[in-house]
Design a protein around this ligand. Structure first.
Ligand code: DX5
Ligand code: ZN
Length: 235
């Protein structure tokens, strides 16, 4: 189900950069403009120094998302909230490797809820952190900024981590997702290194709005073109 043998590049706009007073329409607008997934950043003000929203907001968003609701849980402890986010309609539940001492148990819980399981790695966390849970995951998310805020600069040292993860996950149905500072300029090197899913907040929502969504489409196409160009796919 998560196989990406054709090496299709998926663009996942992060609604962290959307109009917070208009999330439903924003999700519909980015999907209409070519988004493959919608990335939802849940922040708890404890694991990360910012607070966004919880399961009720995800549930309210769900009818406005036709593609994949990709929920990034920047929450610690995360286990007590997995059921609520699953019930809210998440398709992918990504937890942080740093968010608790029992990652294997957390991933078992995500799978038991019938969801695709992702693990996010902060910039300081090495690729090897997922080596012993490869059988339990569908996605690994490489944080290319320190989580908590949109609009930060891409940490280029993470490209080597993507390369290591690509080798580590070879032959498995595990997608490599990149999150933070993704633009048409930074996308090519991570895609060349092995990335499949590109999360982008500011770079997708800049210059547009629900009333003028064409800019979202242009931004998504620019990232996709740059990404696909890096691996020889012609748009
Ligand atoms: C950061 C979030 C990212 C963020 C990306 O903690 O996980 O998803 O929204 O935003 P940009 O693309 O603006 O770096
Ligand atoms: Zn995110």
């Amino acid at each position: 189900m998560m196989t990406n043998t054709s090496r299709e590049i998926l663009i996942a706009p992060s609604i962290l950069a959307a109009d917070f007073a208009n999330f439903g329409a924003e999700c519909e607008a980015v999907e209409a403009q070519g988004a493959d997934w919608v990335h939802v950043d849940v922040m708890d003000g404890h694991f990360v120094p910012n607070i966004t929203f919880g399961p009720d907001m995800c549930q309210a968003l769900r009818p406005h998302i036709k593609t994949v609701m990709d929920v990034h849980l920047m929450v610690a402890p995360v286990d007590p909230y997995l059921e609520a986010f699953a019930a809210a309609g998440a398709d992918v539940l990504t937890v942080h490797a740093e968010a608790g001492p029992h990652l294997d148990r957390t991933l078992q819980a995500v799978k038991a809820l019938g969801k695709r399981a992702g693990v996010a790695l902060n910039p300081a966390t090495p690729a090897v952190a997922i080596e012993n849970v490869l059988d339990r995951i569908d996605l690994v998310c490489v944080m290319t900024v320190n989580p908590g805020f949109g609009g930060q600069s891409f940490i280029s040292g993470m490209v080597e981590k993507v390369r290591q993860l690509k080798a580590m996950t070879a032959g498995r149905d595990i997608l490599i997702e990149i999150d933070g500072g993704v633009t048409a300029e930074t996308a090519p090197e991570v895609v060349a290194a092995g990335a499949d899913v590109l999360v982008a907040g500011s770079a997708v929502f800049k210059g547009g709005s629900v009333a003028a969504p064409e800019a979202y489409g242009e931004n998504i196409r620019a990232i996709r073109r740059a990404a696909e160009g890096a691996i020889g796919i012609r748009a």
